[in-house]
Design a protein around this ligand. Structure first.
Ligand code: NAP
Length: 329
């Protein structure tokens, strides 16, 4: 009998071809969050789950006694109770290696848009405000040759650093561990404590996963350490930043502006942010390009099939569930 698989969003058919051929596939038909009850109902008899952003809780795992493999077309897994899956020996595949460059592009787009007031200027032209050339019109800040501080220096942080190097920027980073010497050398990246990085950077870009440790890691105290001319860029997760503290820092002119793809209570965005011309807002679309979204769906679908067939996919979040696994991290 073919394994039963549930997919929580309608993904491109071509990306699911191999999974569809090998499994009995059911798909939630709407490109919207699946209601909790509907998800539980759909998972009751499945072997595999392809979860696109749906919250996978311990309760849901309990309600799915046959579930033995999960795949998510994302790098972040903060929507999944990884510990509960691991306790049940359910492997979770994610799409490391697929989304990083695209997300780094967006981080850099936010950086440039905030520094050069791209959206403000666009709105000004569209509103008919452009009557004549002015010396002081839409003066922004240089990005080139400035200091770029990366909090989190894994795949995306390093990809942003490469873009920064192309702009002649000085690269600082902070993380719990130093990057390999070869990486530091290639990107001319210097390690700093978080406080040092905040004080020295013209652009602070966040690239840590959301964990209990990184929850609101950027709060009022951290923002007060930044230069008043500096910008905060967040393409990581909204809850890495204390959004109320960010609003206050922006209102008080304690930092110059921000570029945000993610929010603490998304899709809700603080009303104050919506009014601020020096803040660029995006609806969590870091990986949203035609090419990358297709690749994410395909890698997630193929990874789920690998797991159901007893093969190891390219990236598994909790490899300790595999028998005989030795932790080499
Ligand atoms: P990654 O390669 O795992 O890198 C994460 C970095 O964060 C590492 O440098 C890690 O270094 C650092 N880190 C982890 N915990 C930390 C802590 N407590 N304090 C300081 N640094 C810490 O991850 P990635 O692929 O770059 O992705 C980063 C995040 O971006 C993902 O987890 C996801 O949430 C987000 N993302 C967002 C979008 C979007 O659409 N906006 C798209 C893709 C990914 P140490 O272990 O040395 O600390």
């Amino acid at each position: 009998m073919k394994p039963k698989v549930f997919v929580t969003r309608p993904l491109p058919y071509a990306a699911l071809e191999r999974l569809e051929a090998a499994c009995d596939l059911q798909t939630y038909p709407e490109d919207a969050p699946i209601p909790k009850e509907r998800l539980a109902e759909s998972c009751r008899e499945i072997d595999g789950l392809l979860s696109v952003g749906a919250r996978i809780t311990e309760e849901l795992i309990r309600q799915a006694p046959r579930l033995r493999a999960i795949a998510t077309p994302s790098v972040g897994v903060d929507h999944i109770d990884v510990a509960a899956c691991t306790a049940r020996k359910i492997p979770i595949a994610n799409t490391v290696g697929v989304v990083e460059e695209t997300t780094a592009d967006l981080a850099f787009a936010l950086l440039l848009a905030a520094a050069r007031r791209v959206l403000e200027a666009d709105a000004f032209v569209r509103a008919g405000g452009w009557k004549h050339w002015k010396w002081n019109l839409m003066r922004g800040a240089n990005a080139h040759h400035k200091t770029l501080g990366l909090i989190g220096f894994g795949r995306i942080g390093q990809a942003v650093a490469r873009r920064g190097r192309g702009f002649g920027m000085r690269i600082l980073y902070s993380a719990r561990h130093h990057a390999p010497e070869a990486v530091e050398k290639e990107l001319m990246a210097e390690f700093r404590s978080r406080d040092e990085l905040l004080a020295e950077s013209d652009f602070v870009s966040l690239h840590v996963p959301l964990t209990p440790e990184t929850w609101r890691m950027i709060g009022a105290r951290d923002l007060s350490r930044m230069k008043p001319t500096a910008f905060l860029i967040n393409t990581a997760r909204g809850a890495v930043v204390d959004e109320a503290a960010l609003v206050e820092a922006l209102q008080g002119g304690r930092i110059a502006g921000a570029g945000l793809d993610v929010f603490e209570r998304e899709p809700a965005v603080s009303a104050e942010l919506l009014q601020m011309p020096n803040v660029v807002l995006m609806p969590h679309v870091g990986s949203a390009t035609d090419e990358t979204r297709f690749e994410m769906a395909k890698v997630a679908a193929d990874s789920l099939l690998d797991l159901l067939d007893g093969r190891r996919p390219p990236s598994v979040v909790n490899p300790e569930v595999f028998p005989g696994h030795r932790d080499t991290r």
